[in-house]
Ligand binder design. Structure first.
Ligand code: PCA
Length: 321
C-alpha cells in the first residue's frame, strides 16, 4: 500500500525526507547507433534504477551538446558533470593517454585488457590532477583499413587523403606517405562524399555505421590497435552525491565496463558481416603490407618512447612485463 509523505508522517511512521532528484547531462561525440552510446544509455538507466530516480542522466549523442574537442574541458569546468570522449585525443597533454593507439602494441582483447590495467592507474592520477574521476573505459574493435581498390603494400597508400581521428593516426598516415585530415566519426560519410578524404582506418563499427560501402570498395583487416573511449565525472560533482548514490554510480560504471568490452567483441564480427552483406570486399593484408605497417608501428613506438613522460613509460614497462 502506498502512502503520501504527509500521511506517513501523520501516521507517525519513520520516514526520511524525499530526496530531490538530480538531473545530469552527459555529452558524447558518437551517434545513437554506436555501441558505446547504447552502453552509456544502459549505464544511465542503471543509475536511475538503482537510485530510484534520484540521479537521472540524459545522454546527448553525436556532439550535440559539446563538440568532441570541448567535452573534457566542459566536465572540468563543470558545465556538465560527466561525459564520454576518445581517450587518445588527450595524447597532446601526456603520451600516457595515447598508448592504446600505438600500432600493433595490443591488438587482441586480452592484450587490450592488460594494457588498460597498466594504463588505468596512470590515467586516473593524471586526470585527478585536473579534478576528473575515471568511471570506465571501453575499446573499439580492432582498427582496419578502408580504401578504394586493394592495398597490397604501404606504397599504395602514398598520396591518399587519409581521414584521422587523433595524433597517432596522423603520424601513421604521414609515415605511410598519405595526407592526414582530421574528421569526426559523425562527419565521415560527408567527408568522403565531398572528396575531403579517400581512405581511413577505423573499426568495423564505425565503418558499418557510416555506411562505408557508399564510398569505398575494400576493407583490409589489419587489426592494428584497440583505442578506447573513456567516461569521466567531475570529482567535485561526484563527491557532492550522497554515499548511496556514489555507490550506485560506481556499481553501474563497473557493470558498463564489463558489458562494453563484451559488446565490443560481438561488434567486430557482426559489423564486418554487415559490411560484407553490403558489398564491401573484406580481405586479409598481404605479408608485404603487414611488414610495411609493422615498420611504421616500430618507428612510432620509438618516437613515443623518446617523448613519453616517466608515467607514460611506466605503462609500457608494466604492460611488457
Ligand atoms: N571509431 C571512432 C574511433 C575509433 C573507432 O573505431 C572513429 O573512427 O572516430
Amino acid at each position: 500500500m502506498k502512502m503520501t509523505f504527509a500521511a506517513a508522517f501523520a501516521a507517525g511512521l519513520a520516514v526520511s525526507a524525499p530526496a530531490i532528484a538530480q538531473e545530469w547531462n552527459m555529452p558524447t561525440p558518437y551517434g545513437d547507433t554506436t555501441f558505446h552510446t547504447i552502453n552509456i544509455q544502459q549505464f544511465a538507466a542503471d543509475v536511475a534504477g538503482a537510485t530510484d530516480g534520484g540521479l537521472n542522466i540524459t545522454v546527448h549523442s553525436a556532439g550535440s551538446l559539446f563538440p568532441h574537442a570541448e567535452i573534457k574541458n566542459a566536465i572540468r569546468s563543470r558545465q556538465v558533470p560527466l561525459g564520454e570522449f576518445f581517450l587518445s585525443r588527450l595524447a597532446n597533454d601526456d603520451l600516457a593517454y595515447g598508448i592504446d593507439s600505438q600500432p600493433f602494441l595490443a591488438t587482441s582483447y586480452e592484450d587490450g585488457a592488460k594494457l588498460w590495467a597498466a594504463q588505468r592507474p596512470v590515467v586516473e592520477a593524471l586526470l585527478a590532477e585536473e579534478g576528473l574521476k575515471v568511471l570506465f573505459a571501453v575499446p573499439w574493435p580492432a582498427q582496419g583499413l578502408y580504401t578504394n581498390g586493394e592495398i597490397k603494400t604501404v606504397d599504395d597508400l602514398s598520396g591518399l587523403r587519409f581521414r584521422a581521428y587523433n595524433a597517432a593516426l596522423e603520424e601513421f598516415a604521414t609515415l605511410a606517405g598519405a595526407a592526414p585530415v582530421q574528421v569526426e566519426a559523425s562527419d565521415i560519410a560527408q567527408a568522403f562524399a565531398t572528396g575531403q578524404v579517400e581512405a581511413m582506418i577505423t573499426s568495423p563499427s564505425t565503418g558499418a555505421n557510416s555506411k562505408a560501402w557508399d564510398f569505398v570498395t575494400h576493407y583490409t583487416q589489419i587489426d592494428a590497435w584497440l583505442p578506447k573511449n573513456i567516461v569521466v565525472v567531475n570529482a567535485r560533482e561526484f563527491d557532492a552525491l550522497s554515499d548511496d548514490v556514489q555507490a550506485a554510480v560506481l556499481e553501474a560504471a563497473a557493470a558498463a565496463e564489463t558489458r562494453g568490452w563484451e559488446m565490443s567483441m560481438a561488434e567486430a564480427a557482426a559489423k564486418t558481416q554487415i559490411m560484407k552483406d553490403n558489398g564491401i570486399i573484406v580481405v586479409a593484408p598481404s605479408p608485404e603490407l603487414v611488414e610495411g605497417l609493422q615498420a611504421i608501428g616500430a618507428t612510432m613506438l620509438e618516437n613515443w618512447k623518446a617523448n613519453a613522460s616517466e608515467e607514460a613509460l611506466s605503462i609500457l614497462t608494466a604492460y611488457q612485463n
